[in-house]
Write a protein that binds this ligand. Structure first.
Ligand code: PHE
Length: 332
């Protein structure tokens, strides 16, 4: 009994060894029953009872051991069920501003524009003065500026035109660059305005660059971005750094130009400012304005993203609300 009680059975093989040793046809229990004939008649009944008891004990151990080994092996098998789906991995999503910025860059890359970068903390010269906005020029009011307290000559750039100045100052011509980046303006935060946003500005300077080149380049750009059916129109405008200047509208691609809330029922939406680089700006950067001409343009990425995805509140871009960001899963 002692031996049986402590016999280790943890798997199917040990169970079978146990069965053969104690309960099989050549096992211990059978053997003891064989001894029955050698027991004197008067003791036989008692011997039989003890033996039956012992047999039951041995069988019980077998049955319980069988149950536990079978179920534990079944459990092991189910733990590695290869048909179960894997643990889902949470993928991040590209921010919609990033997606659209990348699309814009790709289109201009194909036209031969390189990407240029510059500082977000800028001096007055590169952000304003070189761009033909001398001190006290009223156009400075158009761009409420964050100045850096310690030094009034430093500011957070109000547009990425500072990069254009820096490219021109390098003195290597021709120049064909786009400047994507973050810009800052001191505006009250609302659905339509924020204290920072993103721009892509472009600059092309060479001999004989004309306004026709500018129009054709921008027309190609919006066709790539909004589709071949898009229409464009140019309206005269004013920027101190370009002359002539224009703003470009595209036919509202939500309503196809028929009129809807997005285009305020005009059928057109404004997407960028542009013009021929002012000769004074070229001279400020040491470029011969008799020999060279150029065009420049600038657009807000937020605005274009809102049009493309039907987003109606600028604040959504910077609130990190996962419910908003998740909706761009898979957008490329
Ligand atoms: N710098 C202008 C702005 O921030 C955009 C612009 C760029 C306009 C180049 C014309 C030419 O609003």
């Amino acid at each position: 009994r002692q031996e049986i009680a402590t016999y280790p059975i943890t798997n199917a093989q040990q169970l079978e060894e146990y069965r053969i040793k104690y309960l099989g046809t050549k096992g211990l229990v059978k053997g003891l029953f064989g001894e029955m004939k050698n027991v004197p008649g008067d003791k036989r009944k008692e011997f039989g009872q003890v033996l039956n008891d012992f047999k039951q004990f041995a069988e019980e151990k077998y049955n319980t051991a069988k149950e536990t080994t079978v179920s534990s092996e079944a459990a092991t098998v189910s733990q590695i069920d290869l048909s179960l789906p894997g643990n889902p991995t949470q993928f991040g999503t590209r921010h919609p501003i990033n997606t659209v910025r990348k699309r814009i860059i790709d289109i201009f890359n194909r036209l031969g524009f390189a990407v240029a970068d510059g500082p977000e903390i800028e001096d007055d010269w590169h952000n304003f003065t070189a761009l033909n906005l001398p001190e006290n020029h009223p156009a400075r009011d158009m761009q409420d500026t964050f100045y850096i307290h310690q030094n009034p000559d430093w500011l957070l750039r109000t547009h990425t035109s500072n990069v254009q100045i820096r490219e021109m100052e390098k003195g290597q011509l021709p120049i064909r660059v786009i400047c994507p980046g973050r810009v800052y303006r001191n505006e009250t935060i609302s659905a339509r305005a924020h204290c920072f946003f993103h721009q892509v500005e472009g600059l092309y300077i060479d001999e004989h660059v004309s306004f026709a080149d500018l129009k054709q380049t921008l027309y190609f750009f919006v066709q790539e971005l909004f589709g071949k059916d898009v229409k464009v129109r140019f309206r005269p405008s004013y920027f101190p750094f370009t002359e002539p200047s224009a703003e470009m509208d595209v036919s509202c691609f939500i309503c196809g130009g028929k009129g809807c809330r997005v285009c305020k029922h005009t059928g057109w939406v404004e997407i960028l400012g542009c013009g021929m680089v002012h000769p004074k700006v070229l001279e400020n950067c040491g470029i011969d304005s008799e020999k060279y001409t150029g065009y420049a343009f600038g657009m807000g990425i937020e605005r274009i993203t809102m049009l493309l995805y039907g987003i109606n509140d600028l604040r959504l871009f910077s609130e990190n609300d996962i419910r908003f960001l998740r909706q761009f899963q898979g957008a490329v």
